[in-house]
Design a protein around this ligand. Structure first.
Ligand SMILES: CC(C)(COP(=O)(O)OP(=O)(O)OC[C@H]1O[C@@H](n2cnc3c(N)ncnc32)[C@H](O)[C@@H]1OP(=O)(O)O)[C@@H](O)C(=O)NCCC(=O)NCCS
Length: 109
């Protein structure tokens, strides 16, 4: 998180409670270079809203701000990874018109 805070090419967005300025939601965007797109793209990570603050539109606003930030930076694409078992999140993204891809994520342990 400290490295992201210091980075001038990545972004941390937070949602604060109007009552006490407590952070109740966040997401991050990290920039990558896509040779396929011919420019910078963004990886959206860490989208979370505190359990007691969900279903109030905070997640949607964070996503909208992430898209706006990406547009302002001239990023050619925003992408994210979600657990295929995280059905609430997948439904949420679908309703926000984020499209599933045919890509499969692999990792080397
Ligand atoms: C996914 C997550 C970020 C969504 O955050 P959120 O603040 O609840 O999102 P929103 O309130 O904008 O939208 C959630 C739902 O509430 C509904 N909603 C929004 N405002 C509302 C309101 N005022 N009253 C009732 N419902 C409302 C939306 O229509 C939406 O429905 P949908 O899920 O069917 O699309 C949140 O559930 C979360 O933190 N989950 C755990 C972490 C996680 O899985 N993150 C994703 C990792 S890939």
């Amino acid at each position: 998180m400290e490295r992201l805070l210091k980075s001038d090419k990545d972004c941390i967005l937070v949602a604060e409670s109007a009552n006490d300025n407590k952070v109740v939601g966040m997401c991050t965007i990290q920039t990558l270079i896509s040779t396929a797109e011919g420019g910078q793209v963004g990886l959206l990570e860490d989208l979370i809203v505190a359990a007691g603050f969900r279903h109030q539109g905070i997640g949607s606003k964070l996503l909208a701000e992430a898209v706006y930030w990406a547009e302002c930076q001239g990023l050619k694409r925003l992408q994210l990874l979600a657990d295929k078992n995280n059905l609430p999140a997948l439904g949420f993204y679908k309703n926000q018109v984020w499209l599933s891809t045919e890509l499969v994520c692999l990792r080397k342990p």
